[in-house]
Design a protein around this ligand. Structure first.
Ligand SMILES: Cc1cc2nc3c(=O)[nH]c(=O)nc-3n(C[C@H](O)[C@H](O)[C@H](O)COP(=O)(O)OP(=O)(O)OC[C@H]3O[C@@H](n4cnc5c(N)ncnc54)[C@H](O)[C@@H]3O)c2cc1C
Length: 492
């Protein structure tokens, strides 16, 4: 569908409704200059006509809004067009047309790639309109269209009293989440997001559509559970096994004193905690009246009651009283509303490493030293870990392409800034890189594909580990011309 005409009509409709000085049809036509959106031209017309959804060209009125994604640092790579697909047939049409016309393509669902890898200078095949979810109570399975987001999972889960292992950010796409493994507070009890995948439909580089499950294309099914989005094809459907949810106790506690001891004691508590406990530990660097200061912020949930959570946290409270505390037992989805974030676009860069053990005292000192030496931007910086373990490792490491099930945690450095911080960016990135390198001895050379990082140089080892050759074989089979690729994807 061609967009410019749609905008033209809506403008006319607004004018006709008296919302502005109503121009005549002739005057509208007269006012069309060469700057007026003209919609698709040349071969793009053929694609626009083949689509049910809209094809938004660079000069279209909606383009700037649709071009904006989470990672603001990478918006300068501008596509020629964005196809807002409304069906699998639209996705097929985009792939076939782009191949025939030698236009680069990339799929986009939630647009939350940390590295901006759902961008191209060619055609973005956007699935965000395909966000429907249906639920089958008999099997407790949900069928997600390829462009569903966490926010639609929240709505569907609430309606059915079920969930998957979802993320906290409502605008993250289920596609990126599931394909890269998917972490969330449920993972230690229910497994990674990809562990709930029953089957998926994919549009391949030649336009064919296949289904992958334990029984259909099982090697593809293995590969798409953990190797990350953008590698093998465009997923248009995910059938997920949901699990029932009731109440959880969610919490957020902060500490401003005895931080090193809080770090040590909480780490021991967390590593020994039952699978029903999920958490994220954050050491924040901030500025108060110009002074640099650190504080600890711990966020998470327990499938249990408040007394059980308080008993779990007691060793930490014995070190120091929290400066801030919320602990509440609530119905599962009410609790998630407190734990969730919107995920608006921002300037940010995360660098991760999987840890396979406890972080040693030397590692802890390294973290605190770097956080105290943070050069500073106008936004806080953070070192954090996502607690893994529990039942994640009950699934054999080679059962899916998520290669690091034995990890205890994901360590992550989070640098954020704003446009006005350009003068201090070089110092901040030097700090980020030095900190990331300094963490290797205390964690590993392995990194989390869902937090894909343009600066990660050993990326084949970092993201794919021992799965690389097996993934390459799947890649050669499904996408021999490397149509679906980004700088960190599985190579041929
Ligand atoms: C604020 C924020 C919070 C986050 N929280 C979590 C979290 O709690 N847990 C977690 O695991 N991760 C989390 N992430 C990471 C997130 O899961 C990944 O960035 C994920 O890749 C985003 O998926 P998306 O569909 O939103 O992104 P997109 O940018 O649309 O896509 C990401 C990659 O997948 C490809 N892709 C997109 N759609 C498809 C498709 N339909 N078929 C095939 N490939 C596709 C893209 O080309 C790109 O390479 C978070 C990220 C952000 C920015």
């Amino acid at each position: 569908m061609i967009t410019s005409r749609r905008h033209f009509l809506s403008t006319s409709a607004r004018a006709a409704a008296g919302l502005a000085v109503a121009p005549t049809f002739a005057s509208i036509l007269q006012s069309c200059t060469s700057d007026t959106p003209v919609g698709p031209t040349g071969n793009w017309v053929e694609l626009a006509n083949a689509l049910k959804g809209m094809l938004v060209m660079r000069d279209d009125i909606d383009f700037a809004r649709l071009n904006t994604q989470y990672a603001l640092a990478y918006l300068s790579e501008v596509p020629e067009a964005i196809a807002l697909c409304e069906s699998e047939a639209d996705v097929v049409a985009c792939v076939k047309w782009a191949r025939a016309n030698k236009v680069k393509i990339v799929p986009r669902s939630g647009g939350h790639s940390y590295a901006g890898y759902s961008r191209t200078t060619g055609l973005i095949i956007d699935l965000s309109q395909m966000s429907g979810i249906t639920y089958d109570a008999a099997t407790q399975r949900a069928t997600l269209q390829g462009g569903a987001h966490n926010k639609e999972i929240y709505v569907a889960g609430r309606a059915n009293g079920t969930s998957i292992t979802h993320g906290r950010c409502k605008s993250v796409g289920a596609a990126g989440l599931i394909l890269g493994g998917g972490i969330g507070f449920n993972m230690r009890d229910k497994g990674l997001s990809c562990d709930g995948l029953v089957s998926t439909r994919m549009v391949l580089a030649n336009g064919d559509v296949i289904r992958a499950s334990a029984t259909e294309n099982p090697e593809v099914f293995w590969a798409v559970r953990g190797a990350g989005g953008g590698n093998f094809g465009i997923h248009t459907e995910f059938v997920m096994q949901m699990f029932s949810v009731t109440n959880v106790t969610w919490f957020q506690v902060q500490f401003e004193v005895e931080l090193e001891r809080i770090f040590d004691v909480f780490q021991d508590v967390a590593l020994a905690a039952p699978p029903e406990f999920g958490c994220k530990f954050m050491l924040n660097a901030s500025r108060r009246e110009g002074e640099h200061y650190l504080y600890v912020d711990i966020l998470g949930q327990l499938e249990g009651d408040e007394a059980q959570l308080r008993s779990l946290l007691k060793p930490v409270y014995d070190v120091a009283a929290p400066s801030f505390e919320i602990i509440k037992n609530l119905p599962y989805w009410d609790a998630q509303e407190h734990l969730s974030v919107d995920g608006s676009p921002e300037y940010a860069h995360e660098r991760t490493r999987f840890a396979f053990d406890k972080i040693s005292a030397e590692g802890r000192d390294t973290i605190f030293r770097y956080m105290r030496e943070w050069p500073g931007t106008s936004v806080d910086a953070m070192w954090k870990y996502f607690l893994m373990g529990g039942r994640i490792k009950d699934v054999p490491n080679d059962a899916t392409a998520f290669p690091f099930r034995n990890a205890t945690m994901i360590s992550s450095i989070d640098l954020e800034w704003q446009a006005q911080d350009s003068k201090v960016l070089a110092a901040n990135f030097a700090w980020l890189d030095a900190f990331h390198a300094a963490m290797e001895p205390y964690t590993s050379r392995n990194c989390f594909i869902n937090f894909v990082d343009r600066r990660q140089t050993n990326y084949l080892e970092a993201y794919y580990g021992n799965n690389l050759e097996r993934l390459r074989a799947v890649k050669r089979h499904l996408d021999p011309d490397n149509v679906f690729s980004n700088p960190k994807s599985v190579p041929l």
